[in-house]
Design a protein around this ligand. Structure first.
Ligand SMILES: [Zn+2]
Length: 496
């Protein structure tokens, strides 16, 4: 994401619940040797993956293979019938398992077509099938519910709400960091992804759009229209997009025939065109540095909303209208930022939320580099300012790879993390840095990767162990000297 507002609320420290801490410790201390008989005994899947910041997000014991989302959408603030059908593979013999699901009105749940027992515990939907699920077997879960697009959650950084974002005539989605569970029952962790099929029925005159490709549009006898989209590639729950409104779908072609499709409210088509038309140039600029674009299509979704942030929803970045109605420099920073995320964060996914610096740091790095070349601020001057503030940000928000609070979209994750990449480039030289970037995107394309993976790969490409260089930058209490800039000075920390 990219924010253009100044964060205004001080962060809170992460609160690990007892249940979550137990989950984490159980995961870490599982006995190495258990008898085959014991291994075949059905046991509950873990309620979470033990993420340091959001321990209960994601679920243990199975992997989702595919989601089908059926939405019988009515109006921006009207609850509507919905169902989610999940096919999954059990990774252990399961007596029960969890989905992440928040709010909405649960109707019924079946597993392999048979009614299942359910219990809701916070954001966990605990499902006990009629009979246990065999390890390695595939199974199908269908959750029927009444979706509530009015439910609101606050993220105390730059953004009022996330989850469903109603617009005057429809909706857009802002699932990051963990709002997908407000939209559909899911395995809601950035390291977990699966392909999706969206089947959305709208009133006549409206258009639905989602990640990936429009594969069908059919008019029902009552005049309502059903839109079917296929995500084509697996998507992390936080990067799912579904938009409804009075839209035009504007198709064009990018470099090497890449299909582009923008999704734009009718009244905003002309006013935003001059900046949307820059996408092919942005793709060319990034492809030259990062290698091939990682997905089958791309486009910009213009949000008819005052939401203060953009989001890199996969293959269809959400940009609030204000981002595309201002200056060219500002618009291009936002457009290039979200496009860069398609490589960093979308194609190479986050292993945990603490790895967010890898996604936001890279997006900010290339955003600033592009902007400097196209009439924007000096990249080096911005990095010098970030350097001066770095100890303060470490103090306030945690080191780049160790956020200390769940409201993690703070300045340390943006310029503060781009600064680590800037330091690495100064240390190893521009040529080696670019080889690291290319190797990272090739090696981990379509997979989740961690900070340790980045350090190891950078060391391998550079031909020397970079952990002693990167570790203090990423985890240390004090900002190290900037290579090549002995005159750069960190401002002492001010404690309120
Ligand atoms: Zn971002």
């Amino acid at each position: 994401m990219r924010t253009y507002r100044t964060p205004r609320t001080p962060g809170r420290r992460a609160r690990l619940t007892v249940a979550a801490a137990l989950t984490l410790s159980a995961a870490l201390t599982a006995p190495a040797a258990v008898s085959q008989a014991a291994a075949d005994q059905p046991t509950p899947g873990a309620p979470g993956l033990g993420d340091p910041l959001f321990p209960l997000d994601g679920n243990g014991g199975y992997r989702v293979r595919h989601y089908t989302l059926d939405f019988d959408w009515r109006a921006p603030l009207t609850p509507f019938p919905a169902s989610t059908t999940i096919t999954a593979t059990a990774e252990q013999a399961l007596s029960r398992f969890d989905l992440d699901f928040a709010g909405n009105e649960l109707r019924s749940v079946t597993v392999n077509g048979r009614p299942a027992q359910t219990r809701r515990d916070g954001d966990e939907l605990v499902i006990t099938p009629k009979s246990p699920l065999r390890k390695g077997g595939s199974f199908t879960v269908k959750v029927d519910y009444t979706a509530d697009p009015t439910q609101i959650r606050h993220r105390d950084d730059a953004i009022e709400n996330y989850g469903w974002i109603p617009t005057p005539d429809g909706t857009v989605l802002y699932p990051q960091p963990n709002g997908a569970k407000m939209i559909f029952p899911s395995d809601d962790h950035p390291s977990r992804r699966a392909p999706l099929t969206f089947r959305v029925t709208t009133p006549a005159g409206l258009t639905a759009a989602a990640n990936g490709k429009l594969v069908d549009r059919s008019v029902r006898p009552d005049g309502r229209v059903r839109w079917t989209y296929d995500s084509e590639q697996p998507v992390a729950a936080q990067l799912v997009q579904l938009a409804i409104g009075r839209f035009q779908l504007i198709d064009s072609e990018g470099p090497e025939g890449l299909p582009l499709r923008d999704v734009v409210p009718d009244a905003l088509v002309a006013p935003t065109q001059q900046y949307r038309d820059l996408t092919p140039a942005h793709l060319d600029w990034l492809r030259e540095r990062l290698g091939p674009y990682p997905f089958d299509r791309y486009g910009v979704l213009v949000g008819d909303t005052d939401l203060g942030v953009a989001l890199e929803t996969q293959t269809l970045s959400l940009l609030p209208k204000a981002d595309l109605l201002g200056t060219r420099v500002d618009a291009e920073r936002d457009l290039v930022h979200e496009l860069t995320h398609q490589w960093f964060g979308d194609s190479v996914a986050l292993a945990t939320w603490s790895d967010l610096w890898l996604s936001e740091g890279h997006a900010r790095f290339y955003e600033r580099e592009y902007s400097e070349e196209h009439g924007g601020d000096s990249f080096e001057a911005a990095m010098r300012t970030a350097y001066e503030n770095h100890d303060q940000w470490r103090h306030d928000y945690g080191a780049p790879a160790e956020p200390t609070e769940p409201n993690l979209f703070k300045r340390m994750r943006y310029d503060g993390s781009a600064l680590v990449l800037y330091a690495l480039r100064e240390e190893v030289g521009a040529g080696t840095f670019q080889r690291i970037e290319r190797a990272w995107l090739t090696t981990y394309r379509g997979r989740a990767a961690s900070t340790a993976d980045f350090t190891a790969l950078a060391s391998k490409v550079a031909g020397r162990d970079l952990s002693g260089f990167l570790h203090p930058w990423l985890y240390g209490p004090k900002t190290p000297p900037m290579p090549g800039h002995p005159d750069w000075v960190v401002t002492p920390v001010v404690t309120p």
